[in-house]
Design a binder for this molecule. Sequence first.
Ligand SMILES: *Cc1c(COP(=O)(O)O)cnc(C)c1O
Length: 403
Amino acid sequence: MIPFSPPRIDDKICNEVVAALKSGWITTGPRTKLFEKKITEYCGNKNALCLNSATAGLEVMLRWFGVKEGDEVIIPAYTYSATANVVIHVGAKPVFVDINANDFNISISEIEKAITSKTKVIMPVDFGGLTCDYDEINELVVKHKNKFVASDNENQKKLGRILILSDSAHSFGAVYKGKKAGSLTDVSVFSFHAVKNLTTAEGGAIALNLPLPFDNQLVYNQLCVSTLHGQNKDALAKTQKGNWRYDIVEAGYKHNMTDLTAAIGLVELERYENDTLVKRKHIINKYIELLKNDARLEFPVMKTKDKESCYHLFPLRIKNVTEQQRDDIMKHIFDADVSVNVHFLPLPGMSFYKNLGYKAEDYKVTCDNSSREISLPVFYDLTDEQIKTVVNAVVESVNKVVK
Ligand SMILES: *Cc1c(COP(=O)(O)O)cnc(C)c1O
């Protein structure tokens, strides 16, 4: 069976994790702090805070911005549940909007229609590793500055407009107008979950890039406290001689990354640009090369004049098929021992959101893209031989269903 996206676990990873274990420091410590520094260097943003997941990072930023009951957060209907769930966690209302047909990313004109005086945050999702149009989104919040009503939250007053909190779970390493994801808007949150391009098993990072008058280092310091019990010193600082006394300044959360997982991240980051990304690009270009003459297929956008994906997903679409036909095609592909996936099912149609009154049918492009989508395997160790097996499985399965 060809798997969908197993992590790359080799001796280098194992040795670094063992080294972290043997160092005697296994929770948040020097490796996590070094990983944060290297993420900032790589992305070209201001500060990065590593946490145990992207979900935690998104939620913490909503709380930092004082988002609460009565507030609205604009998100694409085409995303993973985490994007909307965190909005529910803080008691606010997710406002789903539709996407662009071609690149699956949130539609700027739909965002604009959804902005109200209750809108506090826009959370674009860089689907599959292709960034959204950040120049346009950044301009939109300035254009609608007058609609923004700041609460008594200090950060809302300071920013004086809607916050852009990018769900960059897919886009570590993606490029937009010569700049990397993480440096394209106010705040971006990466995921290092096991299936993501760059993994730490579980993990995530908040990439801060807030404009003046924010001091990003100060925001970083505050976030360290609010993601570790509200304690004014971390475990490492407390071990320093005579530095044992601490205070609890808020009812903080427990979201920190450990040095064991940061050890994986450091190895992954070191080889990311010149090895991982090169291989992922090769795999996806090979799929396109082998499938491009099949007129029944529609290929995802990987590169434009302004952008280059980080090749996280290969979301293929089959033209003119029903959802049932797509499901049948997937069944045949699985029967050929190839693992595939769907990214994503329309979130407003999932039971929890449906029960809140959302309807998938209100998001036409989301439904159409989702019903015809099949994501093919992309992972470092996928061989050219296996790519051919996947391609044959796809073509033969489509043959069986589409006459
Ligand atoms: C994976 C993913 C997340 C969640 O990441 P975690 O690190 O698992 O919390 C959020 N949004 C999107 C779009 C994702 O694909």
